[in-house]
Design a protein around this ligand. Structure first.
Ligand code: NAP
Length: 313
């Protein structure tokens, strides 16, 4: 069984990039269950916190710790998670949890065997309206669903070259957030019927994707992902049922039914993530749901791959 200190869970962040700075560090700092004791960064890390250039170096030479939060791109996450689990640390994975499904199976087996907590996070599931939407949909007949996830890659991912590499996910980096919400709130499993993925001719990852899904009741479920949208940004899920239409907007923070707003609240999704991680560690449990990643893999496998004009940042 993993050694847990008495007192806060001693945690280290690996990869001090945008999401670590914007969300993980504030949420850890605000949560009395955690103490940030170190970072792993190829840069300088944070003031007043010990920084190590590699995870291996930190695990061998660094302060005592119980857990790591992996905030790197997904392509390097398996190697890091494996090393951390082998050193008997609980592991939080940013989304997407890895570059392939098999990697996650490997990590899950190791965590289970050693009674360590592995948490594959889906931050959008912690948005304010997601659980109320799931609750409202229960027992209703679905007629159709339309998911529009359209944003400006130049605004949200400036200088992030990894996102365009094979295993970088391209437009599925935000698109998997929509899949994480839809797999959480719909009452039945969904599966892909057809897809068209558009790859810039100079990039290995798609800039847009049109996909049609369905479920065992033949509900039409349409996804449109696009990274070329300037002006207003769109993160909307509309679900028509026999008892009215539910609209989730702003990534799951606003819920309207029949045109009337029922919830409009900006909560910190990452505060929710860290509350959940603390509970998982205390109960020696894992939370690994690979359904959103499986749908992305299916889209790459089932879809037409078409070329479009080159992308320059
Ligand atoms: P980022 O700004 O590029 O930061 C990633 C950090 O990971 C880098 O700064 C680097 O840390 C480290 N790293 C380790 N190996 C790397 C490699 N091979 N290439 C590039 N960086 C490497 O990316 P991010 O936006 O924080 O995204 C990281 C993860 O969080 C992604 O999986 C993303 O989907 C997820 N996420 C991002 C957002 C967002 O709004 N940006 C929101 C939710 C989730 P050091 O410089 O410290 O070495």
């Amino acid at each position: 069984m993993a050694a847990i200190s008495v007192g806060p869970i001693r945690i280290a962040i690996v990869g001090v990039g945008k999401i670590a700075r914007d969300q993980h560090i504030p949420s850890i700092t605000d949560n009395a269950d955690f103490e940030l004791v170190a970072t792993v960064s190829s840069q300088s890390g944070l003031d007043d916190i010990a920084n190590f250039k590699t995870l291996k170096h930190m695990l061998e030479q660094g302060p005592e710790l119980d857990a790591v939060a992996l905030c790197t791109p997904p392509s390097v996450r398996h190697e890091l998670a494996l090393l951390a689990l082998e050193h008997r640390k609980h592991v939080l994975l940013e989304k997407p949890p890895g570059a392939t499904l098999s990697e996650i199976d490997d990590l899950t087996a190791l965590a289970d065997q050693d009674e360590l907590s592995l948490f594959a996070t889906w931050h959008s599931r912690f948005a304010a309206a997601v659980q109320p939407a799931k609750h409202w949909l229960q027992g209703k007949q679905l007629r159709r669903a339309t998911i529009l996830w359209k944003e400006d890659v130049r605004h949200w991912h400036p200088g992030q070259e990894w996102i365009w590499d094979a295993g970088g996910f391209g437009v599925f980096d935000p698109g998997i957030n929509a899949l994480s919400i839809i797999t959480e709130i719909l009452p039945r499993p969904i599966f892909i019927k057809d897809a068209t993925l558009l790859f810039p001719e100079n990039r290995a990852a798609p800039i847009a994707a049109d996909m049609n899904f369905t479920d065992s009741a033949n509900t039409p479920i349409r996804f449109e992902l696009d990274w070329r949208q300037t002006g207003p940004q769109t993160w909307d899920i509309e679900i028509e049922t026999d008892q009215g239409t539910l609209l989730l907007q702003k990534g799951g923070s606003v819920m309207s039914i029949g045109g009337n707003v029922h919830i409009e609240e900006n909560v910190s999704e990452y505060d929710g993530i860290y509350r959940r991680f603390a509970d998982l560690i205390k109960n020696r449990e894992s939370d690994v749901d690979v359904r959103p990643l499986r749908h992305v893999a299916d889209a790459f496998m089932r879809g037409h791959h078409l070329k479009t004009e080159a992308f320059t940042s």
